[in-house]
Design a protein around this ligand. Sequence first.
Ligand SMILES: NC(=O)c1ccc[n+]([C@@H]2O[C@H](COP(=O)([O-])OP(=O)(O)OC[C@H]3O[C@@H](n4cnc5c(N)ncnc54)[C@H](O)[C@@H]3O)[C@@H](O)[C@H]2O)c1
Ligand SMILES: O=P(O)(O)OC[C@H](O)CO
Length: 339
Amino acid sequence: MSEKSYRVAILGGGSFGTAIANIVADNGHDVHLWLRSEERADEINQRHVNETYLPGIQLNPSLKATTDLAEAVQSAEVVFMAVPSKSCREVSRTLAGLLSKDCILISTTKGIEADGFKLMSQVIHEEIPYARLGVMSGPNLAKELAERQITATVIASQDTNVTETIQGLLQCSYFRVYAGEDIFGLELCGALKNVYAICSGIAAAIGVGSNTQSVLITRSLAEMCRFAVKKGADPMTFMGLGGVGDLFVTCTSPLSRNYRVGYSLGQGKDLDAVVEELGQVAEGVNTLKLLYAQAEELDVHMPLVRGLYGIIYNGQSLDEVVSTMMSADQTRDVDFSLR
Ligand SMILES: NC(=O)c1ccc[n+]([C@@H]2O[C@H](COP(=O)([O-])OP(=O)(O)OC[C@H]3O[C@@H](n4cnc5c(N)ncnc54)[C@H](O)[C@@H]3O)[C@@H](O)[C@H]2O)c1
Ligand SMILES: O=P(O)(O)OC[C@H](O)CO
């Protein structure tokens, strides 16, 4: 744990931004949470709760919320970005003129920008080329983090001072931070697993057995790795907490918004209505479209992505998709070997 007290800003006052801000505040640092709603900022500052995103959770009273981005990042030594992927470029662009040169900037966003299939670190780098960048990803459901239930995450950066600083900043009795260098692979894990969580949610809603769930999650990992290799990422990153770890939690927990989207679809509900009702971001819905297009363009075999896309966007029935998958040519179990 870090002995130094850092000035830290968290950008995005939704479930994850608030959960991370709370850990850093619990660890004794000076934390400013930036959000857009005056009402929610007042609620956090006065009653120390964020009832919309983390109902029932008492936040650390030292956590300060503000709607003023310049105030939030003033003198910040570390900034965490926790806005949805659709807002990452806009927020980064505004941030560019405000961030000091030696500030560490950590992306926690698990999504992809449509134009150019860019991951968030790429978007941030384009907007703030001088930023000392890192990416954080792992099995980190916001509600469980805020409840202080034990979990761990991965911080990836090319700069060991960045990884070591974040490890010291976040480590506590219920949270461990493992280090890595593969920013691209870690980010890809976090974005791709959301799509498979939708598949798993559908499977749960129709009441599949445990064998089926296991096959679904394992073949999801196989697809993710195949795609990662085609994109030049290290498939071994997918064996870690950011890969298997996050895939497992998102594909099995009803706390996952992506899983919940899938569950509702499996109950026969309409996608737009489900997303509207959720009221929080489920990045997998957008990632599915981008991933399907990339898989087609790069000719990567991704039957689960193709099947889900067929159900959601081409009106295919679940029975039809499952039947096509089950009668397809039987291929290899594991595509890669280290030998
Ligand atoms: N919730 C989790 O368990 C979790 C865990 C790890 C990573 N993430 C990732 O973190 C990112 C944020 O997710 P979340 O769970 O906090 O989402 P959320 O829906 O709970 O909250 C998103 C917040 O961002 C705000 N926002 C949207 N556009 C904005 C903009 N242009 N400027 C400023 N604020 C804006 C919204 O008002 C909202 O407060 C996502 O990419 C998600 O995949 C979430
Ligand atoms: O709620 P989801 O589906 O966005 O998933 C949350 C986190 O990514 C889990 O690590």
